[in-house]
Design a protein around this ligand. Sequence first.
Ligand SMILES: NC(=O)c1ccc[n+]([C@@H]2O[C@H](COP(=O)([O-])OP(=O)(O)OC[C@H]3O[C@@H](n4cnc5c(N)ncnc54)[C@H](OP(=O)(O)O)[C@@H]3O)[C@@H](O)[C@H]2O)c1
Length: 260
Amino acid sequence: MAQDPFSGNVVIITGASRGIGRELAFQLAQQRATLVLAARNGEQLSNVAQLCRKKGAQQVICVPTDVTDEEQCKHLIEETIATYGHIDTLLLNAGEGRPRRFEALTDLTDLKGEMALNYLGVVHCVFYALPYLRQSRGRIVGVNSLSGLIGIPGTTGYNSSKHAARGFFNTLRAELQGSGVTVTVIHAGAISTDRLRETMGEMMDKIPTTTPERCASIIIRAAAARKRQVIMTVPGKLLPWINMLVPSLLDRMLNSIRYQ
Ligand SMILES: NC(=O)c1ccc[n+]([C@@H]2O[C@H](COP(=O)([O-])OP(=O)(O)OC[C@H]3O[C@@H](n4cnc5c(N)ncnc54)[C@H](OP(=O)(O)O)[C@@H]3O)[C@@H](O)[C@H]2O)c1
């Protein structure tokens, strides 16, 4: 594989303002990619863009976007085409969840919001980008979670949205066979972002975590190799097997996880 497979590659990154997305932007900048940074917070995006330029990105634009809004996703793709003329890689990283057991919900607002962000946010961007990705024989890369593979108690909204996104990516991949467009899905384990610390509190110190830097480098390598799927970490790889062979044991194990 070329040393810098994303050199000159036009890459859209959603959720680029912090966490894993910001790290993806930095590492792609080091490979001299041409970047489009999207998230809602324009000020944070501008800061990330400035650092990306210093790290070697060929060009960077910021397009403040709420991916739950279809029109804003259409605008994101139109701005990219107006600026660079084509899209090589769509890196769908924007996402988050608010852990709460289903019976603790007082209404369905948060759960619907998680579906809008983690599932529809992906669908909106792919819908408008796909004609251009077909032209470039490009890459679609989804940052998913172990939550997209198994049921983790306390995260019904997040889990179901990540399951839905996995179903979407797997179906799309099959439909795109022979088109030259590839779909890579990354099932990340726990990544030590500020967000995870806010969500899990001290519990984060009791579980194995991966740094955002390492996570981004795994995503970029998998995308470069156009892999179908990566399940991060050895325990992560085992979980779907345990789920298939002894699901009730897995339910008991996972039920011991408590968020703050
Ligand atoms: N951290 C983990 O342990 C972990 C594990 C498995 C999978 N993941 C996945 O990895 C991805 C990144 O997670 P992270 O830990 O880096 O989270 P993070 O630090 O909270 O970053 C989330 C990113 O998504 C953006 N975002 C949130 N809502 C958005 C919206 N409506 N429209 C556009 N952008 C939006 C945020 O920017 P704005 O607020 O500026 O919009 C931010 O840039 C997510 O898909 C997450 O599900 C994370």
